[in-house]
Design a protein around this ligand. Structure first.
Ligand SMILES: [Zn+2]
Length: 486
């Protein structure tokens, strides 16, 4: 009896092989986004959601047989138990939607009733003595240089009107570098149209309540490593942050980027790699790139330790830091409607590689010199070239707000970005006979990266002591000078 051969539809088979350029599976990535953004939900720095996500990612990395570990560190986090704004519109009090700015100050627990002062776009020209004791409204933000000037007028609170109509009140926090400038001022954000209404109707009376509490907690970078078969001493970091702004599902930003990293880890671990791949899900990005800065600091410390060790040959030996040859960072992705864009810090060939591949496979993607405000930049600032990949577009107004949810993400959009990344990494990193990108950052780019620079804490403490000693020395010298003048 002849065996019946199962008929395979020819057209179907050839269609899959021609459209499927890689093994990256958008559906598998989508399942990770669902787990992170829906099952777990908000993953703010130092909270239970972030810790649950770390466990999930670590478990996933382990299932791909990656050498997996958590890099734990201390963080500042906050809760905002109370936040409300009422305005007196004609004779009626009504509520206005407001989001507190985390790490900012608090009003009394019961709030206070005060008057608005509209300082337009927050430039110093709009500051006036009339701001004293008032709730100041600005559209946009007060520039760094003007913050101390602003505080000198002793305003009672600051409310930022969102700059765009489609932007929901963002859930942001003051980053460390701005904390001192803003002091203990209570701060919040409102919708653009609510701002228009208040200014247009000349509403002056308001009742504001903002309570922010600050506490110490911990976060963890999740690291899964695949050792290189031919060049184990060349380490390429493939990363994305998994934390979110407070109370935000963060589907696009950045459950999607984390999912891309996880699915790339599965695929590239199956294919094998000549170079060492270090897949990292960074924590605490939204509170000021804290996770990647911690990773960079640890690299600097190891570098110093290894260089100081007996028998270290400066010309021949590599340190943990100099073994790192490239960072591929993925932040904000998966948008059904969007546009791909790369930003790089390093040799122009990195941008060229992206542009050529985009032409070859017919995906439109820009590639321009960075830095991008994400986890690749602190690593670029200590000398590791970075390529950072984002998908922007119309969804921008939803980032850092509760609107950044699963409705905006699709498996198809993830697959396009995933396949592109897979081919790029396979061609230039995992299977390349020679590393194609030099380990260098051009001088003009270094200047732009300075704001992301971390320092070895031991060296920073030493410098601080030296500066204090110098200052004290000057004082002594001044006194001596005055004495001798007498
Ligand atoms: Zn992000």
């Amino acid at each position: 009896m002849a065996k019946t051969v199962k008929k395979v539809s020819k057209s179907k088979a050839s269609k899959t092989s021609s459209t499927k350029l890689g093994q990256f599976d958008g559906k598998k990535a989508m399942a990770h986004v669902e787990h992170l953004a829906v099952t777990i939900g908000p993953r703010f720095t130092g909270t239970a959601g972030e810790h649950k996500a770390a466990d999930y990612i670590a478990k996933t990395f382990k299932s791909f047989k990656l050498a997996t570990k958590l890099q734990k560190f201390t963080v500042d986090t906050f809760d905002s138990p109370k936040c409300s704004l009422k305005v007196l519109d004609g004779k009626k009090w009504r509520d206005i939607a407001i989001e507190p700015i985390g790490m900012s100050g608090s009003t009394p627990a019961k709030g206070f009733t005060g008057e608005f002062y509209y300082a337009e776009s927050g430039e110093a020209e709009y500051f006036s003595d009339e701001m004293t004791g008032k709730i100041v409204l600005v559209c946009g933000n007060i520039g760094e240089a003007n913050r101390y000037k602003f505080l000198a007028y002793k305003p009672k609170a600051l409310i930022i009107i969102e700059g765009g109509m489609g932007v929901r009140p963002l859930r942001m926090n003051i980053r460390d570098e701005a904390l001192k400038a803003y002091g203990k001022l209570p701060m919040g954000r409102i919708l653009h149209l609510d701002g228009v209404d208040i200014v247009n109707k000349n509403i002056t009376k308001a009742k504001l309540t903002i309570v922010n509490t600050r506490r110490k907690s911990h976060s963890s970078n999740v690291i899964g490593e695949l050792k290189g078969t031919d060049f184990p001493d060349e380490v390429v970091v493939i990363c994305g942050h998994y934390d979110t702004s407070r109370g935000v599902p963060g589907a696009l930003d950045n459950a999607a980027g984390t999912a891309l990293v996880m699915e790339l880890a599965r695929v590239l671990a199956l294919q094998g790699s000549k170079r060492t791949l270090r897949f990292i899900a960074f924590a605490a990005e939204e509170t000021g790139l804290v996770g990647s800065k911690h990773y960079a600091t640890e690299l600097l410390k190891a570098d110093k330790r290894q260089k100081a060790a007996k028998g270290f040959n400066d010309k021949a030996d590599k340190t943990e830091l100099t073994r790192h040859v490239l960072t591929y960072n993925i932040d904000v992705h998966g948008a059904i409607i969007g546009r791909h864009g790369f930003s790089f810090s390093g040799h122009e060939d990195i941008g060229a590689a992206v542009r050529l591949l985009a032409k070859e496979i017919g995906m439109v993607a820009s590639a321009s010199v960075g830095p991008m405000s994400s986890d690749g930049s602190p690593l670029a600032a200590i000398g590791i070239p970075a390529l950072q990949f984002a998908r922007g577009g119309g969804t921008g107004g939803y980032l850092h707000s509760p609107g950044d949810d699963i409705r905006l993400v699709s498996a198809g959009a993830l697959e396009k970005a995933g396949v592109f990344s897979e081919i790029l990494l396979r061609r230039y990193i995992t299977q390349a006979v020679a590393m194609p990108f030099p380990r260098e950052i051009p001088e003009d780019q270094k200047k732009k990266l300075a704001m992301y620079k971390v320092r070895d804490p031991a060296q920073a403490a030493k410098d601080k002591r030296a500066a204090a000693a110098k200052k004290a020395g000057k004082k002594v010298a001044k006194k001596a000078k005055r004495r001798s003048a007498k």
